[in-house]
Write a protein that binds this ligand. Structure first.
Ligand SMILES: Cc1ncc(COP(=O)(O)O)c(C=O)c1O
Length: 438
């Protein structure tokens, strides 16, 4: 199967939607190209003019089981016919209990976990952040520069990805301190890559803790196992284990934001498993329910000890989303995680080959099917080339391949985990054609 582009892009029907959209839909949205969805199946999507595209975005790392997986759709339909809502915060339904039990079972570490259900990534993080203060009675949060944790005020205060996301929204939630992230490709302050872990952790203990954030006042450090919106950046292998050790010394909680990297995407159920750390709290959303809105904060049982009424959500844990999630996790466990690891390796190798041939590809990085291609002006200086990246993403669209940007200059590859070898090859061929045309 190959993409089929039959009309000019955008096509006539798409153009009509775009015109009305520009009048009525919020202009805060960041659309990179005018793809107007009609339907999807697996890794393929069709626009409303009948053009067919290969999707390397999964709707920003969400449809991990592929678009409209028949078994997920069946689970959704069956639940929808029974009931759509009953407020799991005020009543009980069996599937909510089952999903909490399942998440407790698959979370790294022992089974003693409790789950708070939300509707999105930012809400899952709000729950984790509130729980951290509630439990520790401490005020300060630590997070990384370039981190993305969401857009509501609590999580936005920890987000430090792009200025546009924070501009004019001050004041933020107070008592947040940011620390440089150990990016091996563009190390902060020119630190030698071999010294990244040592230097950043030394800065944390000997500068941050001794000046602005006394450790006995710090509730939690929230991290992304692989920075997502920041540009798909993987820290050195020893970084999180050593950070965890330091945090434990001061009883600071380790919150692992798996909203983008989790649910099988990196070839493990949770990306933190690559680093061998057992987080105090894990937050998930995006890929957890194949496209239905659901988020969760999974915390150690002893930690999630807040009293009734201290946090809640009307829609969090919606029964239809939960039905989709139970089926999604079953599919992930029965082959899709393994496939993500296998296809991720094939895709990464293909992209690395292209890197050898195209000077403007500075770096190819990532885990499983969470891969980034960093576009640079100069390989020596590694100066990001955001404009060229945007051009590449647009040209891919014109050739029937949907990708998205991440960070300043990265082409993001986050396809559905059902992608097969042939589809990976087709994606690489189209990408190569685009690179040749630049
Ligand atoms: C790591 C991470 N955390 C949180 C969020 C926020 O999720 P949502 O958009 O569902 O609120 C995102 C979204 O991109 C994310 O990548």
């Amino acid at each position: 199967m190959r993409p089929e582009i039959r009309t000019e892009l955008p096509g006539p029907k798409a153009k009509e939607v775009l015109e009305r959209d520009s009048k009525y839909v919020s202009p805060a949205y960041t659309r990179s190209y005018p793809f107007v969805m009609d339907k999807g199946q697996g890794a393929w999507v069709w626009d409303i003019d009948g053009n067919k595209f290969l999707d390397m975005t999964a709707g920003i790392a969400v449809t991990n089981t592929g678009h409209a997986h028949p078994e997920v759709v069946k689970a959704v339909k069956e639940q929808a016919e029974k009931f759509l809502h009953m407020a799991g915060a005020d009543f009980y339904y069996e599937n909510q209990t089952l999903l909490a039990e399942k998440l407790a079972e698959i979370a790294p570490g022992a089974k003693n976990r409790r789950v708070f259900f939300a509707n999105s990534g930012t809400e899952a993080n709000e729950a984790a952040l509130k729980l951290a203060r509630y439990h520790t009675k401490r005020p300060i949060y630590l997070a990384f520069y370039k981190a993305f944790h969401g857009r509501s005020f609590g999580s936005l205060s920890l987000t430090a990805s792009k200025a546009v996301q924070r501009r004019y929204y001050a004041p933020m939630v107070p008592q947040v301190v940011h620390v440089p992230f150990p990016d091996p490709y563009r190390p902060p302050f020119g630190i030698h890559p071999d010294k990244l872990t040592d230097t950043i952790l030394d800065f944390l203990e000997n500068t941050v803790f001794k000046t602005v954030a006394p450790p006995e006042d710090v509730a939690a450090f929230i991290i992304e196992p692989v920075q997502g919106e920041g540009g798909y950046v993987v820290p050195p292998a020893d970084f999180y284990p050593r950070l965890y050790e330091i945090l434990k010394k001061y009883d600071i909680l380790f919150i692992d934001d798996e909203v983008q990297a989790g649910m099988g995407r990196t070839g493990r159920m949770f990306a933190i498993e690559h680093f061998g750390v057992i987080p105090d709290v894990i937050t998930v959303a995006k890929g957890i329910a194949s496209g239905l809105p659901l988020g969760a904060a999974i915390a150690k049982t002893s930690l999630m000890n807040w009293e009734p009424g201290s946090h809640s959500s009307t829609f969090g844990g919606n029964p239809v989303a939960i039905a989709a999630s139970l089926k999604t996790i079953e599919l992930l466990e029965n082959g899709l995680i393994e496939n993500a690891a296998k296809m991720g390796e094939k895709l990464k190798n293909g992209l690395k080959e292209l890197q050898e041939r195209f000077e403007f590809i500075g770096d190819v990085r990532g885990l499983g099917l969470m891969l980034g291609v960093d576009i640079v002006k100069d390989r020596e200086t590694k100066e990001p080339d955001g404009k060229l990246r945007d051009k590449i993403v647009y040209k891919c669209y014109e050739k029937g391949l949907l990708t998205l940007g991440a960070g300043e200059s990265v082409v993001r590859w986050s396809p559905p985990l059902v992608i097969n070898e042939e589809e990976v090859s087709v994606a690489l061929e189209i990408f190569e054609d685009v690179l040749k045309s630049i």
